[in-house]
Design a protein around this ligand. Structure first.
Ligand code: 6CS
Length: 345
């Protein structure tokens, strides 16, 4: 009996020191997203956490921070570049103040209409992972991936069919400078704000419109304070996931390989989630607000906005300079190649 007791103590002691050892040796990675619980970026980060923790057998623990926990969209980019956190989402809609060349991804009427071609460009484009990645590296960021979050939809307080309808509309856009230029060309009066200020702004009528994918409009409740959904079919919301560049450099080849595999799996995962969330959100918003009106621009109406946006790419090249013209030329070639492979529609 005494022997059995001693053995038990020995086994327990060994197990405890093993647990203490692995807790002490576990690495901790922080991943901050620009959205709230249940939103697309959060679902991505949760699946990233699940896969990384399983594949490193608990050697890496990932902690997720949602919007506001560590600051707003611009704050979390700075925290990542500075090395305080290892991963974050940095959407082109906000990142333009830090990596100006990324605004190529915010240009309307650029990415393919075909979902497959679009996914191919965002996952594999030479313009993004060859050229643009160098501009990220210059700012202390490793471009880990780019994925779509859904078609951008305007929510407004009145029906919009043509640029002239926007004349008296203060239109909230994200903080990248190109978006101000875009909405000026569209005929609106744009104002850049972090999203945390948008609901109050719409409620107080300080702004009268904003633009976002359906899942986000629903979760941020913008449909409670606007009553028209305007489908322009001009641009997709895209986001990038970035890592701190020094942290990335310091990873072993094995870890980099594991992260590459996780990244590729997540490209398919997030596409399905994004579609599911956007579809469910439209149905929920219509139920929540029966007064919600849907306006789908006709091809002729859409053409009016496309024409207005024609000078935008040139403006971006003039504003940013550097590698922007080269990235734009390359992404157009990547888009043409993807459309040839998967079709344009
Ligand atoms: O409108 C915005 O600012 C926010 N929209 C989305 C879909 N994600 C985060 C971003 O900050």
């Amino acid at each position: 009996m005494k022997l059995a007791g001693n053995l038990k103590r020995l086994v327990l002691g060994a197990a405890m020191s093993l647990a203490a050892f692995s807790a002490a040796s576990a690495e901790s990675w922080k991943f901050a997203v620009e959205e709230g619980p249940g939103d697309v970026q959060t679902l991505y980060a949760q699946e990233f956490k699940r896969l990384v923790e399983a594949r490193t057998k608990g050697q890496v623990k990932v902690t997720i921070y949602t919007y506001g926990q560590l600051g707003n969209e611009n704050d979390i980019t700075e925290l990542t570049a500075g090395g305080a956190i290892q991963f974050s989402n940095a959407s082109p809609g906000h990142l333009g103040t830090f990596v100006p060349e990324v605004q190529v991804l915010s240009l309307p009427f650029l990415l393919p209409d075909s979902d497959k071609a679009k996914a191919d460009v965002l996952s594999n484009s030479q313009a993004l992972y060859g050229s643009l990645a160098k501009d990220f590296a210059g700012k202390g960021l490793k471009l880990f991936t780019v994925y779509p979050e859904g078609e951008m939809i305007w929510t407004t307080k009145k029906a919009i069919h043509k640029p002239e309808d926007l004349g008296d509309v203060k239109f909230r856009v994200m903080t990248s400078p190109i978006l101000i230029e875009q909405f000026k060309l569209y005929g609106a009066n744009p104002v850049a704000l972090p999203w945390g200020e948008v609901y109050g702004g719409l409620q107080m009528n300080v702004i009268q419109a904003q633009v976002n994918p359906a899942f986000f409009i629903e979760s941020a409740k913008f449909h409670e304070v606007t009553d028209h959904l305007i489908y322009v079919r001009d641009v997709e919301y895209t986001t990038t996931v970035v890592a701190n560049a020094d942290f990335w450099q310091g990873l072993s080849d094995e870890r980099k390989k594991m992260l590459g595999e996780v990244r590729n799996e997540l490209q398919t995962f997030i596409l399905a989630k994004e579609r599911e969330k956007n579809e469910a959100a439209v149905a929920k918003m219509k139920k929540d607000n029966p007064k919600l009106q849907t306006v789908r621009l006709t091809d002729a109406e859409r053409e009016l906005f496309r024409k207005r946006a024609e000078p935008l790419a040139g403006k971006l090249v003039d504003m940013v300079g550097g590698r922007t013209a080269e990235i734009l030329k390359q992404i157009k070639a990547d888009i043409a190649a993807a459309e040839a492979k998967y079709g344009a529609k």
